[in-house]
Design a protein around this ligand. Structure first.
Ligand SMILES: Cc1cc2nc3c(=O)[nH]c(=O)nc-3n(C[C@H](O)[C@H](O)[C@H](O)COP(=O)(O)OP(=O)(O)OC[C@H]3O[C@@H](n4cnc5c(N)ncnc54)[C@H](O)[C@@H]3O)c2cc1C
Ligand SMILES: *[C@@H]1O[C@H](CO)[C@@H](O)[C@H](O)[C@H]1NC(C)=O
Ligand SMILES: *[C@@H]1O[C@H](CO)[C@@H](O)[C@H](O)[C@H]1NC(C)=O
Ligand SMILES: *[C@@H]1O[C@H](CO)[C@@H](O)[C@H](O)[C@H]1NC(C)=O
Ligand SMILES: *[C@@H]1O[C@H](CO)[C@@H](O)[C@H](O)[C@H]1NC(C)=O
Ligand SMILES: *[C@@H]1O[C@H](CO)[C@@H](O)[C@H](O)[C@H]1NC(C)=O
Ligand SMILES: *[C@@H]1O[C@H](CO)[C@@H](O)[C@H](O)[C@H]1NC(C)=O
Length: 617
């Protein structure tokens, strides 16, 4: 009887919407989904869709992905350059505390991979090796060597054109860094502003700066990095195109959009807490909440801002916080929402008195060039509109940029009292985790292969100076007076005093670069911002304190992969400590941020997570 109804309903659905037959597994109403699936994935973003794709591959399991956002038009390089990201595609969250910024994270099918700037790069080997060390004695599987196969698997490398490789000193090493045939396309634009060559060569005069052959081989230096763009049609390559569109006809892959997972529900028998089901409600607010059961596992992939919120709302988090919000405690897990960090940046602007044509301003000042720019894009999808951000980065360690100061930075880091740098009610395990991180970062401060500075080289004089390893730690907690509304995001920017000192060193490193003799002087660079009024260290300190932006839209750390005694939330298999059948697979599990933009790392983590999940299937 029940089966017959299902069959009839399906037949009506198909005949009413014949052209949508291949999208039969896309649901927009709770009435249409099943009562249970093998896996329920919370969040259809970068990591969620990657895991859903891999778990549905062999047809053995049913998967439901619940995504709060909708399908939105893709923001390809041209649209990104000319119109930017529509506000309909992002959450609208502003942080609290001394630095109030808008978070800009993605809210649509594809998540943040649908709105990001498409830079596709990896951290250095040390960045990942630290994740392994923090995992404790049992960890031997999260270092660079063990993640490299997943980096390879996640993407396909498309070499630059011969013309590009001739005009610009790009090199690559497929054997060392790539070689997979994954669905995310890494490719190159066909254009750069020619001053990039001068900016590239100018680093050669600074001692110790390396030029690794492939920018993705895990080494710091002056590195070339591709973009997540499909080279066939110059469109964005992201989780939706790579891990949904091409495989959505699989009848075991269901996607529910416009719906939110409010809570995870648990069953407990004895000391064992088991994740059992999720409560889902429509974004529109119309209609009741529905419970869907996971036969095998629940997988949290709501990103570093919302994964801790879902856990805390479900009663898993710091006891004091849950008590103050009147949420019954399922498990007191102090690390949920803590250890929050991101990359930060400072604005620095130069102008070139001697420029090399064409330069970016020419699109506005020279009608002939503007016309050419529009025309090569329209005819061929080449030219300046094919470039978003920088394909060449200076990624440099403290011993290279601050040879006289890095040792004192490192030893002062070792002398800090971690407890004094966190809020007074912080759990001792979270303090212990922070202490372990500061110790690891003190070693990193003495290493050439942890890139603290990131400076994009685009042949453009105005670029941000990026701090890739901020040491201050904030939090993402539920709003205790209304846990269902957006979480309270506090970066606690610059609360670690070493961050201020390092930011000053980063500014001075860029000053030093533009003041170097030889190559860079061909452009006659002149500093505009912060400018000559900010000459002394005290001036620059003030500039840092007044102007630092604590995010590059790369939130991490709020459900860290670390042991319980270090305030960790998930174990080495990405299972939530103390809970059965619940894993986290998104950027929140990253215990220490890597010195690179994040997406390729998130794809690699998700690929590995899918393998770990299948091992227990
Ligand atoms: C503006 C911007 C620019 C960036 N630029 C770059 C770049 O150039 N290069 C780079 O490498 N990285 C960049 N990044 C970072 C990178 O894109 C992210 O780190 C990565 O995509 C995060 O993946 P994720 O799976 O953790 O989260 P997301 O991809 O954000 O996925 C989380 C998903 O969960 C959904 N969700 C949240 N809560 C719920 C709930 N309760 N129920 C149901 N669904 C829910 C969200 O709508 C979202 O779709 C950028 C990010 C942003 C925001
Ligand atoms: C953010 O604001 C925009 C513009 O008002 C809106 O379209 C969008 O739905 C909002 N995002 C969320 C997640 O509410
Ligand atoms: C780091 O680089 C500096 C400058 O080139 C060099 O003197 C030093 O030996 C390097 N350190 C290591 C550990 O390679
Ligand atoms: C304007 O652009 C054209 C070609 O795009 C170039 O030949 C010309 O030199 C430019 N003019 C100036 C003043 O830069
Ligand atoms: C470029 O200029 C030509 C001649 O003036 C004009 O016909 C053409 O429409 C312009 N192209 C663009 C893309 O503006
Ligand atoms: C179109 O792109 C190809 C590949 O980059 C390039 O070789 C060719 O010169 C371009 N043609 C025009 C008209 O720009
Ligand atoms: C918390 O929720 C209350 C009630 O909805 C709201 O007034 C307040 O602004 C929220 N606080 C933050 C920091 O968002």
């Amino acid at each position: 009887m029940f089966l017959a109804i299902v069959v009839i309903t399906f037949a009506i659905f198909v005949s009413a919407l014949p052209n949508r037959a291949s999208e039969a597994q896309h649901f927009t109403r709770l009435d249409d989904i099943a009562a249970s699936y093998d896996y329920v994935i919370i969040g259809g973003g970068t990591s969620g869709l990657t895991v859903a794709d891999r778990l549905t591959e062999d047809g053995k399991f049913t998967v439901l992905v619940v995504e709060y956002g909708y399908f939105e038009d893709a923001v390809n390089p041209y649209e990104f350059n000319t119109k930017g990201i529509p506000s309909s595609m992002t959450f609208n969250i502003t942080s609290v505390g001394s630095k109030k910024v808008s978070l800009g994270i993605g809210c649509c099918v594809g998540g943040s991979s649908a709105v990001n700037a498409m830079a596709f790069m990896r951290g250095t080997s040390e960045d990942y090796d630290r994740w392994d060390t923090l995992g404790g004695v049992s960890s031997r599987q999260w270092n660079w060597e063990h993640l490299l196969p997943y980096f390879r698997k996640s993407a396909t490398f498309n070499p630059p054109t011969a013309e590009f490789a001739q005009d610009f000193p790009v090199e690559y090493d497929i054997q060392k860094a790539w070689g997979g045939q994954g669905p995310i396309q890494a490719s190159w634009p066909t254009f750069q502003y020619p001053a990039i060559n001068i900016m590239h060569d100018a680093w050669k005069t600074l001692p110790g700066v390396e030029f690794p052959k492939d920018g993705s081989e895990g080494k710091a230096g002056i590195v070339w990095i591709p973009m997540s763009v499909n080279p066939e049609d110059e469109t964005r390559s992201y989780a939706r195109t790579g891990h949904y569109e091409t495989v959505k006809s699989r009848t075991n892959y269901a996607l529910l959009t416009g719906h939110k997972v409010d809570k995870i529900e648990f069953t407990s028998g004895g000391t064992l807490i088991t994740a059992d089901s999720v409560l889902i409600s429509p974004r529109s607010g119309d209609g009741p909440t529905v419970k869907v059961t996971a036969n095998k596992e629940i997988i949290l992939a709501a990103g570093a801002i919302h994964s801790p919120q879902v856990l805390q709302r479900s009663g898993v988090g710091p006891r004091d916080l849950l008590d103050s919000a009147n949420i019954p405690v399922v498990l007191d897990l102090p690390g949920v929402g803590q250890n929050f960090h991101d990359h930060s940046y400072l604005t620095m602007e130069y102008k070139y008195l001697t420029n090399v044509f064409p330069y970016p301003e020419a699109v506005r000042s020279n009608a002939t060039f503007a016309n050419w720019t529009a025309e090569v894009w329209a005819k061929n999808k080449t030219g300046p509109y094919s470039v978003v951000g920088s394909n060449l980065m200076a990624q440099l360690g403290l011993p290279i940029i601050a040879p006289d100061e890095y040792k004192s930075i490192a030893s002062d880091l070792e002398d800090l009292d971690p407890a004094s740098l966190l809020p007074s009610n912080t759990d001792p395990t979270v303090i212990a985790g922070y202490a372990a991180q500061l110790k690891a970062m003190a070693a990193a401060a003495r290493s050439n292969n942890t890139a603290w500075l990131q400076y994009g080289l685009r042949g453009v004089a105005r670029m941000n100076v990026n701090n890739m390893h901020p040491l201050s730690r904030g939090s993402v907690n539920i709003n205790i007076s209304s846990p269902e509304s957006e979480p309270v995001v506090d970066y606690r920017a610059l609360t670690n005093p070493i961050d201020v000192r390092i930011e000053v060193l980063l500014l001075k490193a860029i000053r030093n670069y533009f003041a170097s003799e030889g190559e860079i002087q061909k452009l006659t660079p002149v500093e505009v911002t912060p400018g000559p009024d900010f000459a002394s260290d005290a001036d620059l300190t003030r500039y840092v304190q007044d102007t630092v932006t604590p995010t590059q839209y790369h939130p991490v750390g709020t459900c860290s992969k670390m042991p319980l005694k270090l305030g960790g939330v998930v174990d080495e298999n990405l299972r939530v400590h103390g809970i059965w059948r619940l894993r986290i697979v998104d950027a929140s599990i990253i215990p220490l941020i890597v010195g690179a933009t994040l997406q390729s790392t998130v794809y690699a983590v998700a690929e590995k997570a899918a393998d770990l999940i299948r091992q227990n299937a």
